[in-house]
Design a protein around this ligand. Structure first.
Ligand SMILES: C[S@@+](CC[C@H](N)C(=O)[O-])C[C@H]1O[C@@H](n2cnc3c(N)ncnc32)[C@H](O)[C@@H]1O
Length: 258
């Protein structure tokens, strides 16, 4: 039996309504649209490629990939997220294209090296795991040479803004450790853009892009009723600007394994 952790217990608890919690929130709609545009740009040409979604939870992205024709392996440490994922895939008749299995990103020993044509890691498993450096090493290890890896992580500067305005009691420890746990849910490691770049480069990868998600819109922007399409087009135009990346709610890096 896989070991339960504070993180896996948390996701086990929220799995049944995890995806539905984001529906209808314009901030997450924008976030997901930016993410999907970024993922689609880097997908392998051949539909018989094998893709993996590490920390893929209920398979939100895997189902989109399967609908494009790809076969996808989804790994996660939350058994309940995987179980809900299997049900959702079956309901959409995608169960033959998606395989759900337990694996901790820091030790994916059951997954072969140099095997996957595209590696996805969305929603910050690298920030939530016990050792982000090992997590990056493992993502690179399982990717084929020349394969693209897309990973999103929590942004240190976004956490810093939250700490200084809303959670000043957490500021000193955030500055010292880069770890935050503002709501007592589970700790998360917040990366600077330089740090996440450096980690992948140290593992022999070439950085193709680094974007902030989103860089202009923030949660409260919707109070002012902006035009959604215009905002999305501004995000697309500016989200890879080096001067704006650190402003992102999250960071998303795209690299190629050497
Ligand atoms: C915010 S959810 C994102 C789920 C999915 N990637 C998505 O974007 O919809 C974070 C996921 O990371 C998983 N996770 C956290 N730590 C992990 C680890 N050490 N190894 C694998 N998955 C992990 C959680 O169980 C959860 O399913």
């Amino acid at each position: 039996m896989p070991k339960k952790t504070i993180v896996s217990r948390y996701y086990d608890k929220i799995a049944d309504h995890y995806e539905e919690d984001y529906v209808g929130d314009p901030y997450w709609k924008l976030y997901n649209e930016i993410t999907w545009l970024n993922i689609k740009k880097h997908l392998p040409k051949k539909k018989d490629s094998l893709l993996i979604d590490v920390g893929g939870g209920t398979g939100y992205w895997a189902r989109k990939l399967a609908k494009l024709g790809y076969n996808v392996v989804v790994t996660d440490i939350s058994e309940r997220m995987l179980e809900i994922g299997r049900k959702k895939a079956r309901k959409e008749k995608l169960h033959k294209k998606i395989f759900f299995t337990y694996a901790d990103i820091v030790d994916m020993r059951d997954l072969r090296s140099d095997r996957y044509d595209f590696v996805l890691c969305e929603g910050d498993p690298l920030s939530y795991c016990s050792d982000p450096e090992k997590g990056v090493k493992e993502l690179v290890r399982i990717a084929k040479s020349g394969a693209v890896i897309v990973a999103s992580v929590d942004n240190f500067f976004s956490a810093l803004k939250k700490a200084v305005t809303l959670h000043p009691e957490h500021l000193a420890s955030l500055l010292k450790t880069h770890v935050s746990n503002f709501f007592g849910v589970h700790p998360q490691y917040n990366f600077t853009p330089e740090e996440i770049r450096g980690l992948f480069q140290a593992n022999g990868c070439q950085v193709l892009s680094l974007i902030g998600k989103p860089v202009i819109a923030h949660h409260d922007v919707w109070r002012h009723n902006p035009n959604y399409r215009r905002l999305l087009s501004l995000e697309k135009k500016f989200n890879s600007r080096p001067s704006l990346v650190a402003n992102g709610g999250h960071l998303e890096i795209v690299v190629k394994k050497g």
